[in-house]
Design a protein. Structure first.
Length: 163
């Protein structure tokens, strides 16, 4: 079984930040609960949050959906996918400035705004979970990659509102 590389490094987790990591893990709350895994919280770890979290993310006991998501984010952030990641960010979230962010944090920002864009980076590291994600079929506890919840405003309504 392939191992995560970036998510197991406390320095990279620190660059991403505890709030953004909590936002990511919140989408997997039910999976973690079902697997009886309690991830540390920044408040409970007295400064050692990232050091405590990193080895847990490398554990093969993480739920498949979370492992698949972490592998997908790492694949998106890899040097060989940098151009594709940058292109997806410019296309989907052009008004969000990610200057100075590490590549993994950039991939995470795309995940938050347009998670369906990350399907192009899915790996075969967690076979069952990635198959489920790639066809966007929701699981009983909710989809890993979600469609955008932003409403689509037809052009005629936008024109009428502008006048």
């Amino acid at each position: 079984m392939k191992n995560l590389e970036s998510f197991t490094q406390p320095e990279i987790l620190h660059q991403i930040g505890s709030r953004r990591l909590a936002k990511l893990f919140d989408g997997f709350r039910d999976d973690l609960k079902t697997a009886s895994i309690l991830l540390p919280t920044a408040e409970s770890e007295n400064g050692s949050y990232f050091d405590s979290l990193a080895p847990m993310l490398g554990s093969p006991t993480l739920p498949d959906r979370l492992r698949a998501a972490l592998f997908t984010l790492e694949a998106a952030a890899s040097p060989e996918n940098q151009d594709r990641l940058d292109s997806a960010i410019q296309r989907r979230i052009p008004c969000v400035s990610l200057a100075g962010c590490c590549p993994l944090d950039c991939a995470l920002e795309l995940w938050f705004h347009a998670p369906e864009e990350l399907s192009q980076f899915q790996t075969g590291s967690c076979s069952g979970a990635t198959e489920q994600q790639s066809n966007h079929s929701p699981s009983p506890s909710g989809p890993t990659i979600q469609e955008s919840s932003n409403p689509i405003i037809p052009p005629h309504e936008a024109d009428a509102d502008a006048s």
